[in-house]
Design a protein around this ligand. Sequence first.
Ligand code: ADP
Ligand code: MG
Length: 460
Amino acid sequence: MEKNDLWQAALAKLEPSISRPNFLTWFQETGIAGIEGGLATVFVPNGFVKEWLQNKYHKFILHALREITPEIKDVSYLIARPERSGHAPLAKDPVKKRHSPADGTPLSDDLSIRELSVNPETNLNPRYSFSNFIVGSFNELAYAAAQSIIKNPGTSYNPLFIYGGVGLGKTHLIQAIGNEVLRQNAQKKVRYVSSEKYMGEVVDALRNQEMNNLKEKYRSVDLLIMDDIQFMARTEKMQEEFFHTFNALYEKNKQIIISSDRPPQAISTLEERLRSRFEGGMIADVGTPDVETRFLIIKTKADEKGVVVPEDALRLVAERIKTNIRELEGVLNKIVIHSKLSNSPVTKESVEKILVTHALAPKKFVSGKKIIKVVCDFYEIKERDLVNSSRKKDFVRPRQIAMYLMRDELKYSYPSIGDRFGGRDHTTAIHSCEKIAEELKRNFELEEEIRLIKERIFSE
Ligand code: ADP
Ligand code: MG
């Protein structure tokens, strides 16, 4: 097979498992430079893409290539321009045709309706405000820090680092800060960005030789809000780039707000310089709301929607839905739709039914493989190291956690757990599970880590 065709075929295999904007960001202007002695060399436009493909997609790329050409044993990456042999490597790809910036179509067909109200200048969504943000003991520290920043940006709490699990209001809170700062002073330059979008912008800017513009864009703001920074931690070059922007702003006393799913010290691949910068500011967590707060949240949201739900029905929802606020909203939406469709008032009984169906709704497919994958992603280690025999502490602990989760969530037998981890004895599996279960009783940090891992297992 001709190398260009081979690459197109491999991309066709990769594409369905990657979101479209991501696919375009990381695979544009890539191709195969050559294949020699089982080694395929993939050319990439710059070092950012190189690092990202190596760290994040290497396994998938190799797998896709080998499915087509089994002789390929490994892949290396090379920074190079595509050969000028007529068309650019992705040109024949139908996906590229649909989204190609060449025909002037931006990626905007990926925007959902909700995102359409996003201000393109600031990236802020006006729906996130403090007027619809409920404060309780679970988020009061983060809230207080936010208020203090609005009063005195760039001084006392810089940077502000907010962390917590999925659906607990991090994005809402940090965007609300941006919206409020602008409400008080429309002259301020505020920019919100998720780390994934930021990485895409950096890669695009490099491709179009617009890096100076991009630097200027980020270094001229009064308030920079970077959401979900944990995704950036996989790539050193990106962190390096961000570090310079961070410093440029910091030195000018411009406010920086960062969010993550865990505290800086728990992001193992976070560059030391960034970590110590983050730790030099204010770090606040967002926990899970207690039942009273959940009740208040769902009541407020029902009122906002103008739907009448009896108090006992709302209580029922608050008692049952414990994990996160996004799920609370989801159930409320179901209640609203149900009442509209059936054209009848909401009662405790009708809500009870909805809750039962909600609880029975098929959970996302969870397998042992998935647990291994998520645990490895979480601790940023290779699957090989998790299942194999290494006794290094970095691997032993995640391995015990993965074993524990297989037992606890999937009820796997101990011998089968041992098998999955390089044929270990079942007594090792028992020991691991018991150790983690025992430690969970007193180690709060471990409890938090396992909660985050479970969230990922069930949400992805
Ligand atoms: P995260 O970024 O932590 O995953 P989000 O900010 O996206 O969570 O919040 C999930 C949903 O819950 C959003 O629709 C948000 O508006 C809502 N929400 C979160 N926290 C609160 C809160 N304290 N009060 C009201 N609504 C909230
Ligand atoms: Mg978020």
